[in-house]
Design a protein around this ligand. Structure first.
Ligand SMILES: [Zn+2]
Length: 276
């Protein structure tokens, strides 16, 4: 009996240690795997996806994805530095790739590994639209949403799996878990959608990031209107219109625009690039 209590106490202590406050959300979240464990897996999965995909290079579009990505990364860094989190991005190895695919998809894996699919470009419509998507996806990564989803998944399984997933050999199960945690799956029902609260958080952080990066935050709502019009079952869960309700999302984004502009002003950004 005593032993059981002792073990329970140890587990509680372990969970308490694993809880970290996220600078972007101010929330304490469970992180059963550290960046040291997570990022090498993330980078390996990213390279795996790239090796199985047609990566577009040297085109106007691929250069644009890179340019927007770099600006969003700089905005993230400025924001973190200004808020006392200088070391937060130390382990990040930003990369921004465009993949030739009809899928309406884009994602950012832990450590700043970003992919856009050519299928999402007509909905992005312009560079500012790309910035809205990029800000949103980078926000999921910075707020550790995928990691939280993975940690929850791990908690539901046997305790030892946490370590196995972080350090173990490549396996179809492991890859599938990554795909699900980070929304990389291409068909509905394979990748899990992020929760409504995670989506709302990513919308808000993403809007601030795009504004600090010099892109007009008013355009985020326009992007989601186009996303809504397009969501005829083709979009993966990350971009399905039902979660949160697209009209609520658009209203929320519009309501946050003045705050995003005020945030950008703190960094000397008082006008935005023309939308084209
Ligand atoms: Zn999202």
């Amino acid at each position: 009996m005593k032993l059981k209590k002792g073990i329970a106490l140890l587990m509680l202590v372990a969970i308490a240690i694993a809880c970290k406050t996220n600078p972007f959300t101010g929330k304490k979240t469970i992180a059963l795997v550290s960046n040291d464990q997570l990022f090498p897996s993330s980078f390996a999965q990213y390279n795996q996806v790239l090796s199985e995909s047609k990566v577009v290079t040297g085109t106007q579009d691929s250069e644009m994805i890179k340019r927007v990505g770099q600006r969003i990364a700089v905005a993230s860094e400025r924001w973190l530095n200004a808020n006392g989190y200088q070391a937060y991005l130390d382990d990040y190895k930003w990369e921004y790739k465009l993949i030739e695919s009809e899928q309406v998809n884009a994602w950012c894996m832990p450590g700043g590994k970003i992919a856009f699919y050519t299928g999402i470009l007509p909905i992005a419509q312009n560079e500012t639209g790309v910035a809205a998507i990029m800000g949103h996806e980078v926000a999921h990564a910075l707020a550790n949403h995928g990691q939280q989803r993975m940690s929850t998944g791990l908690l539901q399984q046997a305790g030892g799996v946490a370590v196995a997933v972080a350090a173990g050999n490549e396996s179809p199960e492991k890859q599938q878990m990554w795909m699900q945690a980070y929304g990389i799956g291409s068909t509905v029902g394979f990748a899990l959608p992020f929760s409504r609260s995670h989506e709302t958080e990513a919308d808000k952080i993403g809007l601030y990031l795009m504004a600090v990066a010099g892109y007009n935050p008013e355009e985020a709502a326009e992007l989601w209107k186009r996303m809504k019009a397009n969501s005829g079952g083709q979009a993966p869960p990350e971009f399905l219109s039902t979660h949160p309700h697209p009209d609520t999302r658009i209203e929320n984004l519009n309501a946050l625009v003045p705050k995003a502009k005020a945030e950008a002003k703190k960094y000397g950004v008082t006008s935005f690039r023309p939308v084209n």
